[in-house]
Design a protein around this ligand. Structure first.
Ligand SMILES: NC(=O)c1ccc[n+]([C@@H]2O[C@H](COP(=O)([O-])OP(=O)(O)OC[C@H]3O[C@@H](n4cnc5c(N)ncnc54)[C@H](OP(=O)(O)O)[C@@H]3O)[C@@H](O)[C@H]2O)c1
Length: 295
């Protein structure tokens, strides 16, 4: 049967894992002409109106816009190195959403731009089920012209699109920075859950109260980041010494319930170090001065 499409836009998706499958599905639903390739065959099953490419090269040749999303950028570099002719990227745009380091983004950018292709390095800050929502955040960096040309196509994947810089590495760096904040909070989350559990509190209440206090704390975090940007740490909210006392209580509380001590000790020790360095009367954001290593 001949496949028909409402839309004459062509897009290729390389990598049909959890993310790639959902991305391909969103473009199928938007009636793009979707060509897909995956290292292991059989992953297009159930995706509907889609063309299957037998090789990565075939998928790249099929469309002007190529989305790549696989496990890691070492494998992306291998795929590029194995292509029969890297020139197939000439006049095409590659959007690589594979998570990786800023250095990897720069290497891939060079390979693509050397053959006159346009490169956008992306980072998706959402899970597969959140893709397609207006709230899903897509970070983008690299070729500005290509970004402007394809921004509406990117919006199929997520509505909150941020083009950070023409430096391809920027979205990787921002993804790493925001992931650091998420994992830091997550560590606190599970320690708090254990404390709640230990004292017989409802974990449902714990989750609800976190949800209720989060917006105010996010505003406070944004204010502290502004202070770091300005380099102005004069105390306006609460001194670092007050927070040192709070983290001492936290460390003592976790010692009392005999859980693994690394996290509560770490945060308490960093604040102690800050106070020993004369930062006690400054705003908590002054802690940032302690983590910078001067060579
Ligand atoms: N899942 C999430 O919630 C999420 C959110 C944001 C960002 N991401 C990022 O999105 C990327 C993909 O994640 P995912 O959850 O879709 O992963 P996944 O479900 O584990 O799928 C991994 C995909 O990478 C392919 N792959 C792995 N090594 C390869 C190689 N050497 N050559 C060719 N293809 C290779 C796999 O192909 P096979 O089928 O042949 O194994 C599969 O299509 C990752 O960089 C991840 O960090 C994921």
């Amino acid at each position: 049967m001949k496949t028909t499409f409402k839309n004459n836009k062509r897009i290729s998706v390389l990598g049909l894992g959890q993310m790639g499958r959902r991305i391909a599905q969103l473009y199928v639903e938007a009636e793009y002409q979707v060509t897909a390739w995956n290292r292991t065959p059989g992953k297009v099953d159930g995706l509907g109106n889609i063309r299957l490419a037998e090789t990565a090269a075939q998928a790249i040749l099929a469309s002007p816009l190529i989305i790549l999303i696989i496990s890691n950028n070492k494998s992306v570099l291998e795929i590029l190195a194995d292509l029969p002719d890297i020139q197939i990227f000439k006049n095409k745009t590659l959007i690589n959403f594979t998570t990786g380091s800023p250095g990897e983004a720069e290497s891939i950018e060079k390979i693509i731009s050397d053959v006159h292709g346009a490169y956008i390095h992306g980072a998706i800050q959402a899970s597969p089920d959140q893709l397609g929502l207006k709230s899903a955040t897509i970070l983008s960096s690299g070729n500005k012209e290509a970004f402007e040309k394809y921004v509406n196509d990117l919006a199929i994947i997520g509505g909150n699109i941020r083009q950070l810089s023409e430096q391809a590495a920027a979205s990787s760096a921002m993804d790493t920075a925001t992931s650091t904040w998420i994992y830091g909070s997550f560590l606190g989350l599970i320690y708090g859950a254990e404390l709640s559990r230990h004292y017989g509190l409802s974990l449902k209440d714990y989750g609800t109260i976190i949800g209720e206090i989060a917006p105010e704390f996010i505003d406070y975090f944004k204010y502290e980041v502004e202070l770091i940007e300005r380099g102005d740490f004069r105390a306006t909210q609460s001194t670092l010494s007050n927070h040192l006392a709070a983290t001492q209580r936290l460390a003592d509380s976790f010692k009392a319930i005999n859980v693994e001590q690394t996290f509560p000790t770490l945060i308490n020790n960093l604040l102690k170090k800050a106070e020993q360095n004369g930062l006690g009367d400054e705003e908590l954001a002054a802690l940032s001065k302690i983590i910078v290593k001067h060579s």
